[in-house]
Structure formats: structure tokens, C-alpha cells
Ligand binder design. Structure first.
Ligand SMILES: Nc1ncnc2c1ncn2[C@@H]1O[C@H](COP(=O)(O)OP(=O)(O)OP(=O)(O)O)[C@@H](O)[C@H]1O
Ligand SMILES: [Mg+2]
Length: 348
């Protein structure tokens, strides 16, 4: 595979064409990177459901692009010229959230010096994006349930019902089904939201997108920061390909900003990468991931481990599959099938 993060002048056109391939087909995905099979599946699903008005529940680890996809769904829907109103249900203090969502009348509570239109009313005709819905208090979960069912609500301190025509998209980094089992999330609300689920894969599950992200962020940063970083070395890219990216795309975007701003021009080399990152790849290969308080999905962890071993054997054998299969004591066909499944690609 060609390293798409090399942006010497001769290949600039190719890269621009590459990252614009989706947006050519569909403006709603403009600026959204996703060449991997998993992201292409997400895009196709978004295209199918955007106009349906059905409630959508987006699930994915932090930094996987939930906000970006929610906006793309709105842009793709017939509501695109109407408001897209986003509210982070986890970031607003509980006592203010009801007023934020439903508005309030003057005098409804101390400090309510004027009438206030809530997010639901503000998004009338368009889309409301309920971000981090898994962090909503039980009281509010009841109130939201009613709006989802009837598209009607009463502002705080008011008795007049307001009716809205709004499309609902919710997102959470939590596994809501598990939260229901633990008693943290209402089952009835879960089923109201769980109409069309969209799961965004972590960056670890779509490593083939990493070179495209690197090139995308490099281009964008060069034009925003007036820098002229032209490429990234294969060694450096290799390290990025191996990193676990717990912060997903946001972590990669932040790292690229740091690298591009500090470097200013030329090529990003392995020496420019954070020390910790350079050291982790080979060592971590055989380390079990840490089990945090939220637990860990054994299947995902085992797959990740398998993928790393396969990648390592391919690197060791210069991607000669027969030899890599021998090293791992599996049939060549098994190896080829797994390479395809994990979307493993040779860097440059
Ligand atoms: N596919 C993508 N293409 C381009 N940029 C992306 C993509 N996915 C995420 N990003 C960028 O990464 C950052 C994080 O994305 P976003 O805020 O949508 O993630 P999130 O899943 O909502 O994260 P959180 O759970 O922390 O709110 C943003 O700057 C976003 O523009
Ligand atoms: Mg978000």
C-alpha cells in the first residue's frame, strides 16, 4: 500500500482525490475520513437511514466521531436546512438540564429572570442531538421518555404544552444495554432510543484508516497553521499503526497538531514521536491490556492480540505470507483470511 501520508508535490493530487472520494459522492461526509470497510459500512448505513426520521442511537468510544456522524446524518436528511441542536446531557448540571432541554418561564425558579426557549423547541423542524445520553439522571430519563413518545413537553414552570416536530439522535460512549442491566438506565427509554443503532468502531479496529487520517490532518493543519510539513516517515507511521489509541481519532488529531506545529516543515520522523509511544509498540505486543473498573470485552482483547501477532509475523517475514503462516503454525489460507478480516496492510 502506498503511504498516503506522503505529501510531496507529485502526489498531492492523488491524496486530495483520495480523501475527497466520499464527499464527491455525498457532501454530508465532507471532511470525514473513513476508507476502511468498517467506516464504509457506517457511511452506507447513514445514507440509508438519514431520511427515515427514525431515532438513531450512536455508540462508540470517546473520540470515535459520534458528534461528526450525528451531524452528517442531519446534513444527509431532508431536515438539513433546519436547525441541528446539540446538547451534552453529561456536561450540564442536573438542576439546569431540564430547563436547557424544555425551556422555562420567567419566575419558574430563582434566577429565571426571563422566558427561555429550550433545546427541543429550538430544534423544531430539525434535529436534536442528545449527546452522552447515558449520563442523564433517572428523573430526566422519565421526562425525555415522554417527549420521545409524544414530541410534546411543558417548559419548566409552565402548564402549556409545546408540540415539536423533531428528529432525535442520541449518542453515548457507554454500553447502554449493560447500563440497563445494572439498573442505571431505564429499559423503556433504552427501547425508545434503540431504533436504529449505529456503532462507531474504535481506531484500533480500523487501523487501515490511520495513514488517511495522518494525511488528512497534515493537510488541514498545514493550511490552518501556515506550516509546510510534507510527509511522515515509514518508521514513524509504523509506530502510529501499532499504538492502541485509547482516545481514538481525537488523540491522533491532537498528536498530529503537536507534531506539525513543532516540526513546521519537512518530514515527521520517528524521533519526533513521544518517547512513550516509540517504546510501547514492541513491548506491548505481549502485554495483556489492563482491566479497568468498567471491565473489558474478552473477544475484542483476544482479537486485538491475534491481530498484533499476525502483523508482527508479517513484518518479520517481509510480508511473505507462506513464511508468516509457518511462523504462526497456521495454514496460509487461514492467515490470508485473517489479514483480510483485520484489514492488515503493509505500510508503504
Ligand atoms: N472520521 C473522522 N474524520 C475526520 N475527523 C474525525 C473523524 N472522527 C473523529 N474526528 C475528529 O475527532 C475529534 C473527535 O470527534 P467527535 O467529537 O465527533 O468524537 P466523539 O465520539 O463525539 O467523542 P466524545 O465521546 O469524547 O464526545 C473531532 O475533532 C472530530 O472532528
Ligand atoms: Mg461527542
Amino acid at each position: 500500500m502506498q503511504n498516503p501520508a506522503m505529501i510531496d508535490d507529485s502526489v498531492v493530487d492523488v491524496i486530495v482525490e483520495d480523501s475527497a472520494s466520499l464527499s464527491d459522492e455525498n457532501e454530508a461526509f465532507e471532511g470525514i475520513v473513513g476508507e476502511s470497510t468498517k467506516m464504509q459500512e457506517v457511511f452506507r448505513l447513514v445514507e440509508r437511514v438519514a431520511d427515515s426520521d427514525s431515532t438513531i442511537l450512536i455508540n462508540g468510544e470517546t473520540g470515535t466521531g459520534k458528534g461528526l456522524i450525528a451531524h452528517a446524518i442531519h446534513k444527509q436528511s431532508y431536515r438539513r436546512d433546519q436547525p441541528f441542536v446539540s446538547i451534552n446531557c453529561g456536561a450540564i448540571p442536573e438542576n439546569l438540564l431540564e430547563s436547557e432541554l424544555f425551556g422555562h418561564l420567567k419566575g419558574a425558579f430563582t434566577g429565571a429572570t426571563a422566558n427561555k426557549v429550550g433545546k427541543f423547541e429550538a430544534s423544531d423542524g430539525g434535529t436534536i442531538f442528545l449527546d452522552e445520553i447515558g449520563d442523564m439522571s433517572p428523573d430526566l430519563q422519565v421526562k425525555i421518555l415522554k417527549v420521545l413518545e409524544e414530541r410534546r413537553f411543558e417548559p419548566v414552570g409552565g402548564c402549556k404544552t409545546v408540540q415539536v416536530n423533531v428528529r432525535i439522535i442520541a449518542a453515548t460512549h457507554r454500553e447502554l444495554e449493560e447500563e440497563v442491566q445494572k439498573g442505571n438506565f431505564r429499559e423503556d427509554l433504552f427501547y425508545r432510543l434503540y431504533v436504529i443503532p449505529i456503532r462507531l468502531p474504535s481506531l484500533r479496529e480500523r487501523r487501515s484508516d490511520i495513514p488517511h487520517f495522518v494525511s488528512h490532518f497534515m493537510n488541514r493543519l498545514n493550511s490552518r497553521k501556515k506550516t509546510c510539513v510534507k510527509s511522515i516517515s515509514d518508521d514513524a507511521l509504523n509506530v502510529l499503526m501499532q499504538h492502541a489509541w485509547p482516545g481514538n481519532v481525537r488523540e491522533l488529531a491532537n498528536l498530529m497538531e503537536r507534531l506539525v506545529v513543532i516540526k513546521g516543515d519537512g518530514e515527521i520522523d520517528i524521533n519526533d514521536l513521544p518517547e512513550k509511544m516509540k517504546n510501547e509498540a514492541p513491548k506491548n505486543c505481549f502485554l495483556a491490556p489492563e482491566i479497568t473498573g468498567d471491565g473489558l470485552c474478552l473477544n475484542t482483547a483476544v482479537s486485538e492480540f491475534e491481530k498484533r501477532l499476525i502483523y508482527q509475523s508479517l513484518e518479520k517475514t517481509k510480508w511473505v505470507k507462506n513464511r508468516a503462516a509457518q511462523l504462526l503454525q497456521v495454514k496460509r489460507t487461514t492467515l490470508v483470511e485473517k489479514i483480510k478480516r483485520y484489514e492488515l496492510q503493509k505500510c508503504a
